[in-house]
Design a protein around this ligand. Structure first.
Ligand code: SAM
Length: 217
């Protein structure tokens, strides 16, 4: 089997090992029923988000890119107390409404706030309000990743975790012939998060690639 096929088989194997529960299946079905493409995180990364929020005892989590609330539920599941708060930035009102409905159906409505509009504007607002977070999940427009990292570093408490999805852009990041804005931004993001002295970071090659960084204390 070639390498790609092997990776797909491994991802399928993981999906079978870690079956999605009824709530997560309901979210995926809701996304499709709304006529959207289900580009929520895969189950393997969803579970990792829950584990990392829990391990870091994160109380304030910032998500950039909500879609239908799948990753939002995974993040909220990691809260170790009911005081945990998720702030989720989403460009489209319709997506935020869908995500909000799914958060309510799973019992997390008291723990989430949606900020609708371009995440760049919402982040400026959070900066002005001097907000702080101890967990970040970056999963919105890929051109924005370098800016999202800059702002995350400003909003981060020492010891905060920054997670970013889709660091390979389905192989385009590794293909020298690809030079579009999203690819260039992602390369810049990857190089910066890997080498910033304020961060301890690593990247995982499964699915479309995921980077995890800890903001040093
Ligand atoms: N994190 C979600 C999950 O795993 O369940 C999936 C997010 S999906 C990959 C990306 C989302 O980012 C979409 O809902 C899209 O509308 C949103 N988005 C795109 N550009 C954005 C922007 N400039 N500001 C805020 N959200 C944006």
């Amino acid at each position: 089997v070639d390498e790609l096929e092997q990776q797909e088989r491994e991802e399928l194997y993981i999906a079978q090992l870690y079956k999605e529960d009824e709530q997560l299946k309901m979210v995926r079905a809701g996304i499709v029923a709304a006529g959207l493409r289900d580009i929520s995180v895969p189950i393997g990364y969803g579970r990792l988000l829950t584990m990392l929020v829990q391990l870091n005892n994160a109380q304030r989590v910032l998500e950039i890119g909500a879609l239908g609330g799948y990753s939002g539920i995974c993040l909220a599941r990691g809260f170790t107390s009911t005081s945990g708060q998720l702030v989720s930035l989403e460009l489209h009102q319709t997506n935020a409404d869908l995500a909000s409905r799914h958060m309510s159906l799973t019992g997390f409505d008291q723990q989430v706030t949606y900020m609708v509009g371009d995440a760049r504007d919402s982040l400026q607002q959070l900066l002005l309000e001097d907000e702080q977070f101890d967990f970040f999940f970056i999963d919105a427009d890929k051109e924005g990743y370098p800016f999202y990292l800059d702002v995350a570093l400003k909003l981060a408490r020492p010891g905060a975790i920054i997670v970013a999805d889709n660091i390979f852009l389905r192989g385009r990041v590794l293909d020298e012939s690809k030079q579009g804005p999203a690819v260039q931004a992602m390369r810049q993001f990857n190089e910066r998060i890997a080498s910033d002295p304020r961060l301890l970071s690593t990247s995982l090659p499964g699915y479309d690639g995921l980077t995890i960084a800890i903001v040093k204390k």
